[in-house]
Write a protein that binds this ligand. Sequence first.
Ligand code: COA
Length: 322
Amino acid sequence: MSRRSLLVGSGKYLPARVVTNDELSSRVDTSDEWIRTRTGICQRHVADNGETCVSMAVEAARNALADAGLDASAIDLVIVGTSTPDQAFPSVAVRVLGELGTTGGYGFDVSAACSGFIYALSVADGLIRAGSARGALVIGSEVYSRILDWEDRTTSVLFGDGAGAVVLRASEPGEAERGILATHLHADGSVGDILYVDGAVGLREHSGYLRMNGREVFRHAVSKLASSVDEVLESVGLGYQDVSWLVPHQANIRIIEGVAKKLQMSMEQVVVTVDRHANTSAASIPLALDEARRDGRIRSGDLVLMEALGGGLTWGSALVRM
Ligand code: COA
């Protein structure tokens, strides 16, 4: 049987500082009740000045390697999904390689906004299947607090900072029943103006803010994610009843509930972190996955469905046998 990418570890990093809805209500005209009922968000983690996209990615990577029981020398590929890198270059991925002391590998960042982790996972899987990598770190790391207009109540209440990571390794003969079964990616540049940043991000100063037409993004998310989950299941001949866990991108509990309903899944089978993390963009899926692996919900053999939609628009899904 052909080579597959096995998911053998996960890790995370969340800034210590927690900002509650009530704290935000003292800065902009909003309320805990409005934010909770429209989004399911109760709080978010926010990076302090010493926490960067790279530093959070490195911590998540170390945490994931420890979980996998692997040394950094087992990694020859790092891909970071991020739309908030600290610098134009070097990439976050290459800086992670440097911090881990890995000199034999290669790495790069993937910019696909909130779909960044699904995109990065898909690319890493392709490289592993092709024999171009044996061990990969796939990381989502984001500091959206640095691209938020904190005066804008329609966007500032929705996002948080953090990083999540997974370790992939090429299967050995006989192991190929597990691993990444399928990934599907999509993009539609014609609706890029409903969710975008009007500049770039940097360590020193703001040069761009996130802008969004929330209602339009919501409408696209519900329809595109519904077809995306069908597509990935159909591609491997599996049905809704085969899915053990949905690990969705964490943007809004109402979007998550919509996808769960479409999949005829109980919310007991859905991993939800949006209440505590808010939307951490490319970091949200690996953060949620790590939580559910560590607390024992997701176990070996489970079929995990992941999906995300983000600015671009970009969207996609991944199906993994743990
Ligand atoms: N606090 C209080 N009121 C707010 C508010 C806030 N934080 N943000 C917006 N409002 C107001 C609006 O100004 C509007 O007031 P008006 O009727 O007087 O004009 C009212 O609430 C309704 O706004 P609307 O945008 O229609 O609300 P909504 O029900 O669509 O919910 C979102 C807004 C953003 C929560 C929702 O559209 C959403 O979740 N969209 C998807 C966003 C997303 O997930 N983006 C990331 C994708 S990766």
